[in-house]
Design a protein around this ligand. Structure first.
Ligand SMILES: C[S@@+](CC[C@H](N)C(=O)[O-])C[C@H]1O[C@@H](n2cnc3c(N)ncnc32)[C@H](O)[C@@H]1O
Length: 267
């Protein structure tokens, strides 16, 4: 009992740290966009190809494209994909209409897989296994998710109301037009359990504004240097610069680049 109370208190304190999270000035913000920086901050050092799962009208997809050379957005919903494709910033993004659980993506072909407000549309265990299989070794899965509150979540839910009111006064809340599922099938507690079971070492965090985040780095196998991170001599490698931009550098082979081991193996 004491352990549960202590853990619950710690979770509340951690969620309260989100009081400092404020919407990026934009004409569109909601409880999903509020946590886009968690996804953008999880982009691995070497990132050539990213997947946005349940991309909706492509808000995050376009943000990812600012820093990742190749970005794919997938959604089952035809009108969301049509709206995403119609957006001015979409020219360079590959949008596909399909089910991420069955779409014939090559396994291990993404450096980053992101899912914002879409995981609860699927069976959580099956979806997490599938998304992890799409990642290359050392790739990162970043989820912003919805879950059901239980009694123990009440303090966090109540604490979220005031910042939410303030945010709404600063800018109107944007209701995205894509399909929603409510209530989410998993509670925060059961979702944390699924994440821990399926993905060892996943960082699961209850967030203040009715969301959780989950960030997981796929373990690197000892000798793995993925196709996307270390192409054959003469290929290209993406390099993160400063605040998270990627620049493309000529890849002249491991020795020429002073390459010892991939960054993720050193974590
Ligand atoms: C609540 S919307 C979120 C959209 C967008 N990520 C956002 O934050 O605005 C969830 C989206 O996931 C999509 N979706 C649900 N299940 C999916 C699946 N199995 N494969 C691909 N997309 C899926 C839905 O069609 C919907 O557009």
């Amino acid at each position: 009992m004491l352990i549960w109370t202590t853990l619950g208190t710690l979770e509340v304190i951690e969620a309260l740290r989100d009081w400092t999270v404020v919407p990026v000035p934009s004409d569109r913000w909601n409880h999903n966009t509020l946590y886009h920086p968690v996804v953008l901050g999880s982009i691995p050092d070497v990132c050539n190809r990213a997947l946005d799962v349940g991309c909706g009208v492509g808000m995050l997809t376009r943000e990812l494209r600012q820093v990742v050379p190749e970005v794919v957005g997938i959604d089952t919903d035809e009108s969301s994909i049509a709206a995403a494709r119609a957006d001015l910033g979409a020219s360079d993004v590959d949008y596909v209409q399909g089910n991420v659980l069955s779409y014939p993506f090559e396994l291990g072909s993404f450096d980053l897989v992101a899912a914002v407000a879409s995981l609860h549309h699927m069976d959580a265990e099956i979806a997490l296994s599938r998304l992890s299989a799409l990642l290359r070794s050392g790739g990162v899965l970043a989820v912003v998710g919805l879950a059901r509150s239980s009694l123990g979540d009440l303090p966090i839910d109540v604490a979220a109301v005031l910042p939410d009111r303030i945010h709404r006064r600063c800018a109107p809340y944007w209701q995205h037009p894509s399909p929603i599922v409510w209530p989410p099938p998993e509670s925060y507690t059961s979702m944390r359990g699924v994440a821990t079971r399926v993905l060892r070492d996943a960082r699961f965090r209850r967030r203040l504004s009715w969301r959780y985040t989950l960030v997981w780095t796929k373990p690197a196998t000892a000798a793995t240097v993925s196709r996307s991170s270390a192409p054959a001599s003469g290929g290209r490698r993406a390099v993160r610069v400063g605040g998270g931009c990627t620049a493309r550098a000529r890849w002249a082979g491991p020795e020429a680049a002073g390459f010892r081991s991939p960054a993720w193996e050193q974590r």
